[in-house]
Design a protein around this ligand. Structure first.
Ligand code: HEM
Length: 483
């Protein structure tokens, strides 16, 4: 008995000494010890755990506070640096095609075999290559008739709320719309979520559950396993069966591509499908929700947009092709400003260089160190986008420049940049132009118990999330002209 107490005490003592040694190493001997930042963050990942898991998606805001105190480059945990300097974005993301993603951050959705969760740049390039043609402007234009059908369904569903005066949760409608579009492009069929009563059957709640859990899964990956089955119940392996639809689908093309056989397993393609649906659904739906909220909320913007749409589409029953819609300056500016404010993903995007030495100004970054930036830091940068939290489409008209005379487009980073940038830009742009043109050509809305707190980011759950008790973007519908 005495022996086991002594052994236990020795083990505890050894453990405590190890912890002291580890913290001492991280604070004073690690190659990152010269970088500024809070000691607690440098000592342990529990710091990040506290802000993201206990306080629920708050670390991204804490990083911003660190920058205010310590400057543009900070050590945010024992292993990683974060930069807040909009001018550094291009260098970090387009500096080298060899930069990798950070392994540790990739398992958060329980899969590390998908294109977006592939750390190594050479394997990433192999996995991305057969997807690229499906997301080209040309391919998306071929798919556009299907998107138009979905927009008509959306319009029909919204019109039904006008007829019976019910309250419409537009954010749910957008989740159903974006989910039906991306599922159809992936598999050749969708679950017709737009036809479900009050859009109740959309994918968003399942993805939201996984995302809310992802900070914990990052620190304890094993905890993920259980949740994975939740999503698997919704998205089954139909995505990897052969395509019988009238247009090419992402997964039929992947199957027919010359990807090596081991890259075509049901397991890998199933995981790819889950992430593809999530990537295409949540970002587009949130961009639509954000944009529509601001347009409804600001009568002068609504008036100007409607005038442009009425002139371009005198007959509201005819939906113009996106090719023409993208040439409407004010609609285009509204789309861009909506995407800017909705900001894509709110999580930081690390890059790691295994060969080339990275630098930030005079700071030399040790090889193998993950360096991250966050889209919201650039997109909400007051210096580049004055009054950055307001919806101001006018800032995109003409040939907009920063105070320094740089093109404003240089800082339009919601899709990321470089070899790992969003693959779905063309699809997202077509969806947003078509949906917004039809919605504001055919309907007017009154906000119902919805304010900016239902739209502004309060939590980072990988994508921006508003306050936890938000009831969504709720409106009463009035029609101007409905076919
Ligand atoms: C407003 C809409 C969208 C925004 C703002 C957005 C934003 C982003 C961002 C910030 C990234 C990460 C870039 C990086 O790590 O540097 C990304 C990656 C990705 N997005 Fe999007 N996205 C949108 C729509 C879509 C759509 C419609 C799809 C279609 C399926 C899509 C598919 C993907 C994929 C597959 C990746 C991973 C690319 C890779 O790792 O090679 N996204 N997106």
């Amino acid at each position: 008995m005495l022996y086991s107490v002594a052994a236990f005490a020795t083990a505890i003592l050894a453990w405590i000494s190890y912890l002291f040694g580890l913290v001492f190493y991280r604070l004073y001997l690690s190659p990152l010890s010269k970088f500024p930042g809070p000691k607690f963050a440098a000592a342990s990942k529990w710091y990040e755990f506290y802000f993201d898991v206990v306080l629920r998606g708050q670390f991204t805001f804490q990083i911003q506070r660190m920058h205010r105190k310590y400057g543009p480059i900070v050590r945010i945990n024992p292993f990683e640096l974060h930069v807040e300097d909009s001018d550094y974005w291009e260098e970090l993301y387009t500096g080298s095609k060899e930069y990798e993603r950070y392994d540790w951050m990739l398992g958060r959705f329980g899969a590390n075999t998908t294109t977006s969760s592939t750390a190594k740049s050479d394997l990433h390039a192999i996995r991305r290559a057969p997807l690229n043609p499906m997301f080209s402007k040309r391919s998306i234009t071929k798919f556009e008739p299907v998107i138009k059908e979905k927009v008509e369904l959306l319009s029909k569903a919204i019109a039904a709320y006008r007829e019976d005066g019910r309250l419409l949760i537009l954010s749910d409608a957008f989740n159903a719309f974006a989910g039906d579009v991306i599922a159809t492009y992936c598999f050749g069929f969708s679950y017709n979520h737009m036809e479900s009563p009050d859009f109740i059957d959309n994918f968003h709640p399942a993805y939201e559950a996984v995302r809310k859990f992802a900070h914990l899964a990052l620190h304890f990956p094993v905890a993920y396993l259980d949740l994975r089955s939740k999503i698997a119940n919704i998205i089954d392996d139909k995505g990897v069966t052969h395509n019988q639809s009238r247009h090419p689908t992402i997964f039929s093309e992947l199957l027919e591509s010359d990807l090596p056989q081991q890259e075509k397993t049901v397991g890998r393609l199933g995981a790819e499908a889950q992430q593809m649906i999530g990537a295409g659904l949540e970002t587009v739906a949130w961009a639509l929700t954000t944009t529509v909220y601001h347009i409804i909320d600001k009568p002068s913007i609504l008036k100007r947009l409607r005038a442009e749409l009425e002139e371009a589409m005198p007959d509201s029953t005819v939906i113009l092709d996106s090719l023409y819609l993208e040439k409407l300056p004010y609609l285009n500016a509204c789309v861009k400003e909506g995407i800017r404010l909705s900001s894509g993903v709110s999580v930081r995007l690390p890059r790691v260089s295994q060969e080339k030495i990275m630098k930030y100004k005079d700071w030399v970054i040790p090889i193998g160190t993950p360096v991250s930036m966050t889209t919201i830091d650039v997109l909400y940068d007051q210096h580049i986008f004055p009054d950055s939290r307001s919806f101001v489409p006018e800032r995109w008209l003409g040939n907009p420049k920063t105070k320094e005379g740089e093109s404003l487009n240089r800082y339009f980073v919601p899709f990321g940049k470089g070899p790992r940038a969003c693959i779905g830009i063309n699809l997202a742009n077509v969806e947003l132009h078509l949906a917004l043109a039809i919605i504001f050509r055919r309907f007017t809305f009154e906000l119902y118990e919805t304010d900016s707190s239902d739209i502004e980011m309060a939590h980072d759950f990988f994508v921006p999330s508003p306050k936890l008790d938000s009831m969504g973007l709720r409106v009463k519908v009035n029609a101007i002209t409905v076919p």
